[in-house]
Design a protein around this ligand. Structure first.
Ligand SMILES: *Cc1c(COP(=O)(O)O)cnc(C)c1O
Length: 394
């Protein structure tokens, strides 16, 4: 029997860069500037360079990054503190709750559009169909103002088409890049293609801190200024405030840790891609199994997947049995996500659906994410693949 294989091994990642992290923490202990300390500015500067955008603004979480970006958009587009319930924002039902929840918290109504079965990302054809239909029959009472594409599992959405639709229908695009730090579409880093991008530094994300943290990026000066106000209570001056704000800045301590981890992000993302190829070749050609797409380069676009998750789809109702089999053999797996957003209580009566969401519902019953610790030995993944193959072929 193998030792337990976890989804990630954060102890191991800490040990890998322990001297640098300990030193960074010690520097903070010495300067004691816990709020907006020098590491925050430095992190924002380095992220701006890494991503290739004008502004990066650290936030207290990825969720807050989404909320703050939406609130700033309401301010810019409508001159209001919040969106109205009649403002629709298109997104995927197959994401973490926070994506949809942020739309509600910004006052708007989520409009769920089904996913593409191969990528599990929102299907641009569904977006176009919904927008074209609602133009001719505006029966829902909703006016769509924007799209939040979610780059699920580290894989880019089909951004050319999403940006073309946004242009045609005059919509903002807020990229949810929580799972895809460092990934790109056509050589552009994700988060910098739309109007703004929201990132999460939750500990298990590709670039993860030691607690909550996040960031918004944009090239729009007006949005950036609004977001900077919103994360510190809503005013340029903390003691004389204009907007309904939050206390949603990133901690100096998290920024210090993330500055160290940022030095390793390309190496770690490469290691993830290597693990993904290893899994892919070991699991090729098995019945009842659909593998994620690897990086591809075509005449249409080039995509750089950072494999936040390596997520397989197990057909014919065998997902849960396979999961049990792996658990018996000490291999952890996760289901992202077991319940699509349109099935959750919080979205009942507060959201709208663009037709049947069959693919999202099917995916919730078939997806299974496998361990993908970047520092784990190859042999471990070969063993995991062997267990899967053995089970599905028996
Ligand atoms: C993690 C995640 C978020 C939220 O980020 P937090 O930092 O946990 O608030 C939002 N969207 C997606 C797709 C995520 O995976």
């Amino acid at each position: 029997m193998m030792r337990k294989v976890q989804m990630l091994d954060l102890h191991r990642e800490y040990q890998y860069m322990q001297a640098e992290i300990d030193e960074a923490l010690k520097r903070c202990l010495n300067h004691q500037q816990w709020i907006f300390g020098p590491e925050v500015k430095e992190l924002e500067n380095q992220l701006t360079q890494y991503l290739g955008c004008t502004h990066c603004i650290g936030t207290s979480s990825g969720t807050d990054a989404l909320v703050v970006a939406l609130r700033a958009l309401a301010n810019k587009l409508k001159g209001q503190e919040y969106f109205d319930r009649t403002d629709g924002i298109i997104t995927t039902p197959f994401t973490f709750t926070a994506t949809g929840d942020a739309i509600l918290r910004a006052g708007a109504t989520p409009v769920f559009v089904d996913i593409h079965p191969a990528t599990c990302n929102i299907n641009p054809a569904g977006i176009r169909e919904y927008l074209t239909r609602s133009k001719t029959q505006p029966a829902t009472g909703l006016r769509v103002v924007g799209i939040i594409p979610v780059h699920l599992y580290g894989q880019s959405c089909y951004m050319d088409e999403i940006m073309a639709i946004a242009k045609e229908f005059d919509l903002f695009v807020l990229e949810d890049v929580a799972q895809a730090f460092g990934a790109s579409w056509d050589s552009k880093k994700l988060g910098t293609i739309g109007t703004a991008g929201a990132f999460s530094f939750f500990p298990s994300k590709n670039l993860g801190g030691f607690g909550d943290g996040g960031m918004v990026c944009t090239d729009d000066d007006e949005l950036a200024a609004a977001m900077r106000m919103l994360i510190k209570h809503g005013g340029r001056d903390k003691y004389n405030v204009d907007h309904i704000g939050y206390n949603a800045r990133i901690d100096t301590l998290q920024a210090a840790i993330l500055l160290v981890k940022l030095r390793y992000i390309d190496e770690f993302n490469r290691r993830r891609a290597n693990i993904a190829s290893l899994y892919s070749s070991a699991l090729k050609g098995i019945d009842d199994l659909v593998l994620p797409r690897e990086n591809y380069s075509s005449s249409v676009a080039e995509m750089d997947h950072v494999f936040h998750q390596f997520t397989i789809q197990v057909l014919n109702g065998r997902r849960d049995e396979l999961r049990d089999h792996l658990a018996l053999n000490m291999v952890d797996t996760m289901i992202y996500y077991p319940v699509p957003l349109h099935k959750m209580g919080v979205f009942q009566g507060r959201s709208s659906v663009a037709g049947q969401l069959d693919q999202a519902e099917r995916a919730s019953e078939e997806v299974l994410s496998l361990p993908i610790e970047p520092l784990e030995e190859e042999e471990t993944f070969t063993n995991v693949a062997g267990l899967i193959k053995g089970f599905l072929e028996s």
